[in-house]
Design a protein. Structure first.
Length: 279
């Protein structure tokens, strides 16, 4: 893949980091947590840089799907960088500021209009799990290990982060995960709904990128609207309102709807062109 951008454009020098890399091939962008020597532990600079970087990807009409992964094949992310905690979380005021940066990074992933896929090799622990759970889909290898560890550090998981666990695993299993802080093996994480697919380590990358390319080839208005609809369901909406009716009905005015019908009638693959750039 060709290098597309790096996370070195944040507003302040303190927010700059070489620890986030973005590459792009076709409509698929890859955001890599680039600290392989520390098992891709997430430092405060990475948390600070993620929102602007993700907003840039979301605004790029050439990007249709974003894959988030860790450098190498041993770890997605081993957690937040605990070596920073004595400095960055040494009192309630500093901890509040740190927690806000973490929440902003997770929100930026969750609130992207485009699909996000976490590709999980190996360790997906603590803050790494937080980022992965913020993605729309999680594919993992059979060596993956998942854990959410506040109970091992004397911390409290946020309500929004807790909801993501409950949405996937259910309330009692979420309690088991949060109360124990135990590492969950890949097969069990799949059974709990924390992972969506489980692949051999040598197959994970190919499968993930082929799936991303498939999604990128679909009608993007439909893809993004589907994400909106699922989001509304998970926040408790159970019936259409005017916004969801308008969203559904507006699809009939897109160039992709016309192309989808035309290609079906002509018995050929569709060529979808809607990117959202024109509103």
């Amino acid at each position: 893949m060709t290098e597309h951008a790096t996370a070195t454009q944040a507003a302040e020098p303190a927010d700059r980091t070489e620890d986030l890399l973005v590459t792009q091939e076709g409509g698929v962008a890859t955001l890599t947590l680039n600290r392989e020597r520390s098992r891709n532990a997430i430092n405060i600079g990475m948390y600070r840089a993620l929102p602007d970087l993700l907003r840039t990807l979301d605004a790029d009409p050439d990007v249709k799907v974003v894959i988030i992964r860790g450098a190498g094949d041993k770890s997605f992310a081993s957690g937040a960088d605990i070596k920073e905690f004595e400095q960055e979380r040494s009192d309630a005021t500093k901890a509040k500021n740190y927690n806000e940066k973490v929440a902003a990074a997770e929100h930026a992933i969750e609130e992207m209009s485009k699909p996000t896929i976490a590709m999980i090799h190996g360790f997906c622990i603590g803050g790494g799990a937080g980022l992965a759970l913020s993605c729309d889909i999680r594919f993992a290898d059979t060596n993956a290990k998942f854990a959410i560890t506040p109970a091992k550090l004397g911390l409290v998981y946020s309500l929004e982060s807790t909801k993501r666990v409950v949405d996937l695993a259910g309330p009692s299993r979420a309690k088991w995960i949060l109360m124990s802080g135990l590492q969950i093996q890949a097969q069990r994480a799949l059974e709990l709904g924390l992972f969506d697919e489980l692949l051999a380590p040598e197959e994970l990358e190919t499968y993930t990128y082929e799936f991303a390319a498939t999604v990128a080839s679909r009608a993007q208005f439909s893809v993004r609207a589907g994400k909106v609809m699922v989001g509304k369901v998970t926040t408790g909406q159970v019936a259409d309102d005017q916004a969801t009716l308008d969203l559904r009905n507006s699809s009939f005015d897109t160039v992709d709807f016309a192309e989808g019908v035309r290609s079906f009638m002509e018995k050929r693959p569709p060529v979808f062109t809607w990117t959202g750039a024109d509103g």
